[in-house]
Design a protein around this ligand. Structure first.
Ligand code: AMP
Ligand code: GLY
Length: 423
């Protein structure tokens, strides 16, 4: 088969690496890809939002299956464009990707179908939001409705902060049109867990659990980022939690989408919070997590192309997902200054140290090749990932591996997986 992957981050590198292991994959393309992905795929300079160009490319190259990694093209309707052209594609249509594309939609869906989540109200008018806040309890959470690069969530401790937040989101439009609507939500406490799943419209099969580290600095300090590191599995995702989510959340979400005439095909990423009252949905994403994919896919035993096809063909009920009985940890090596201002173009050294080392992976996020040399080209640069027989071993291996690579002004969190010590 000829397969096209759409995206350019560490997640797409992990998807390309996993796809390359499938005996079904004869040729892989990635648009636009990055310097690391070129090891497994031919990268083509078409941007992820150029749907028509991508469809023309897929037709010309006789691509058998396209796999979309990123949220923007999914929410923008890339799947609809491909399907209209008769091209096979893994991912939700626009009317289903709204599960991630609109927080107000997803909250209303959960309320309508009794899926456990934080109490909330949606607002189109900043004046009404401000009036509501006068009588609210603090802390409280404000969320821009649309996609905001993971930054559209503000946790406000006081009325003053919340008023400022309404201004930021709805009046100053710091997150653009994502802030035309806003969700105001009850603040919850508990551990966060990411559960990614494959869905074929009616059947859902969950992957192993993972935990992200969203803040830039050690001790969960600093600004929110796309994710500074992950581990899998989460020791806090117990059988009891799993049973609750199976009963109240996973299938219920898939059935709710189907009942709304928005059957979901692709990956649903459940961002869960394990509260004292039980698991609650924090958010849905309509794609693999980044860097959750790096730790989940390195543990997955299945041929991923078979799973992608089962989702597209509606035969996921015939697949059993299997994961290694081990653990994985991913430590993101970022450019100094990320997620605000950072420089690009620094040479990356040590990548050759990963060649032929089983259980060690360096997934590229922001990299590019200049005159045959790998250089930094983004905020998150590399996802250094290692497996091990248990979480502590995987973590030790990942931090050992981080020492093997580097570039000027590189930084990483030193406490990825620290929560493991509390078990
Ligand atoms: P989201 O983009 O919805 O995942 O939100 C980003 C982060 O904000 C989450 O990973 C949580 O850490 C935090 N968050 C979101 N909603 C809530 C909530 N209702 N209560 C507490 N923290 C939240
Ligand atoms: N790592 C969180 C996300 O991909 O949204």
């Amino acid at each position: 088969m000829k397969i096209l992957i759409v995206g350019s981050g560490g997640r797409e590198h992990a998807i390309a690496w996993k796809t390359a292991q499938s005996p079904k994959a004869e040729k892989i393309y990635c648009a636009p890809g990055n310097a690391g992905i070129e090891e497994y795929a031919e990268c083509v300079p078409i941007r992820a939002m150029e749907f028509e160009k991508l469809a023309v490319f897929a037709r010309e190259k006789e691509i058998d299956l396209t796999v979309v990694g990123m949220d923007d093209p999914l929410v923008g309707g890339i799947v609809d464009v491909f399907e209209r052209e008769g091209l096979r594609i893994f991912g939700p249509r626009r009317d289903a990707a709204i599960l991630e594309g609109s927080k107000a939609f997803s909250k209303d869906l959960m309320k309508k179908y009794g899926i456990p989540t934080a109490a909330y109200e949606n607002f189109d008018d900043p004046k009404e939001a401000l009036a509501y806040l006068e009588h609210a309890e603090f802390p409280i959470v404000l969320k821009a409705d649309g996609l905001a690069l993971g930054k559209g969530v503000l946790i406000c401790n006081t009325l003053e902060e919340a008023k400022e937040g309404v201004k930021t989101i709805m009046e100053d439009k710091q997150f653009g049109s994502a802030g035309n609507r806003m969700v105001i939500e009850e603040f919850m406490t508990g551990r966060e867990v990411s559960v990614l799943s494959f869905v074929d419209g009616k059947t859902i099969k969950c992957m192993t659990s993972a935990q992200d580290h969203k803040r830039a600095l050690d001790g969960d300090k600093g600004l929110n980022t796309g994710g500074m590191g992950t581990f899998s599995p989460s020791p806090f995702y117990t059988d009891e939690v799993d049973a609750f989510c199976k009963e109240h959340i996973y299938q219920a979400t898939v059935d709710a989408m189907a009942a709304e005439g928005r059957a979901f095909q692709g990956v649903i990423f459940f961002g869960l919070m394990l509260t004292e009252k039980g698991p609650r949905v924090l958010e849905y994403n309509a794609r693999f997590g980044d860097p959750e994919a790096q730790v989940v896919l390195t543990r997955m035993k299945n041929d991923i192309v078979e799973v992608f096809e089962a989702c597209v063909d509606g035969t996921l009920d015939q697949i059993d997902l299997e994961f290694e009985d081990n653990a994985a940890v991913c430590v993101v090596l970022a450019s100094g200054g990320y997620p605000v201002a950072y420089e690009k173009g620094y040479p990356i050294h040590g990548l050759e140290n990963f060649k032929g080392r089983d259980g060690y992976y360096v997934f590229h996020a922001g990299t590019k090749l200049v005159d045959g040399e790998f250089v930094t080209n983004g905020g998150r640069v590399l996802g250094v990932t290692a497996t091990g027989e248990d979480l502590k071993t995987a973590r030790a291996n990942a931090y050992e591996a981080v020492k093997l690579v580097g570039f000027e002004k590189a930084y990483c969190r030193g406490d990825i997986g620290k929560a493991i010590d509390e078990v």
